[in-house]
Design a protein around this ligand. Structure first.
Ligand code: HEM
Length: 84
């Protein structure tokens, strides 16, 4: 396996969320654009679980749902220890 650069929140994760996602979730106290929120393991895990459909309703409601590549990127960022 060749080595991959760790994803960072600013460069790789924040851009996965559309303005629509950020704006719809903020009133529900889910701060998708906020590193302080997203870097808490329980919050990132909850977000990932809604994106995969492990928790319902699968997000974003009605889709388009994230590709496996996008889901893997989020999971890899979490595994890497939430780099900013
Ligand atoms: C902690 C994780 C999350 C929870 C608990 C959550 C929960 C909810 C709930 C309860 C609603 C309103 C009910 C509904 O429209 O079905 C909603 C709406 C929405 N969520 Fe999430 N969500 C989460 C993460 C996300 C993520 C990661 C995205 C996108 C990447 C997202 C995008 C949206 C959008 C766009 C809406 C508005 C849908 C509309 O009004 O048409 N949410 N979410």
């Amino acid at each position: 396996m060749h080595e991959q650069r760790s994803p960072s929140f600013e460069a790789d994760i924040r851009p996965l969320f559309r303005d629509l996602d950020v704006e719809h979730m903020r009133p529900l106290n889910v701060f998708l654009d906020d590193y302080g929120f997203m870097s808490k393991p329980e919050n990132a895990t909850m977000v990932l679980d809604f994106l995969t459909g492990k928790k319902e309703p699968k997000m974003p409601p009605g889709g388009p749902f994230w590709s496996q590549e996008q889901l893997d990127l989020l999971a890899r960022w979490m595994d890497a220890g939430y780099p900013k």
